[in-house]
Design a protein around this ligand. Structure first.
Ligand SMILES: [Zn+2]
Length: 175
């Protein structure tokens, strides 16, 4: 399993959303998925891990979370980290570690660029997601971004994935 398999560019055929994907997404989320424009990362079995979502939903609502984590195992793993105070610890480190802060700002810029490629939405202009660029407010966002972008783009998303790899990892199917 290579990292390239996980991060799926928007024009890759693997990013195309099939009717089966929509069924799986509804099952994963417990509701119909909204604003899906592509599958940004898949499990090794092919089921979606992360959906690429339109920056404005069908009902007109601005939607900042371009990379939305859907896999229940990954969602649960991120929730466990959040419950264990990891977000505060990471936010604190961002104020002390210049190198980490710079890399995290880079992740923010990457996120905005990816979203802008799907269309410009004034209401969320310059606002990414998950607390970026200076805080950590949602690990689901960071993990979704790390899975979609591949390693080396979102340092704290990469770190969250490393921390949960004993319970959930993208190269081992637990669907
Ligand atoms: Zn799977």
């Amino acid at each position: 399993m290579t990292d390239a398999r996980l991060a799926i560019p928007v024009d890759d055929p693997a990013a195309a959303v099939t009717p089966h994907d929509l069924e799986v997404l509804a099952e994963q989320l417990g509701r119909p998925p909204r604003g899906v424009v592509g599958i940004a990362a898949r499990c090794v079995c092919g089921r979606p891990l992360v959906v690429r979502t339109a920056p404005r939903l069908e009902n007109g609502t601005p939607f900042p979370t371009t990379f939305y984590l859907t896999h229940p195992g990954a969602v649960a793993a991120a929730s466990t980290l959040e419950a264990n105070g990891v977000m505060k610890e990471m936010s604190d480190r961002l104020t002390e570690d210049d190198e980490l802060a710079a890399a995290y700002r880079g992740a923010h810029e990457h996120y905005l660029g990816q979203r802008e490629a799907l269309g410009h939405v004034d209401e969320i202009d310059g606002i990414s997601a998950g607390g970026m660029p200076t805080r950590v407010k949602c690990l689901h966002v960071l993990v979704g971004h790390a899975l979609a972008a591949g390693p080396g783009v979102n340092p704290l998303g990469d770190e969250a994935l490393l921390r949960v790899r004993d319970v959930w990892r993208p190269d081992r199917c637990t669907c």
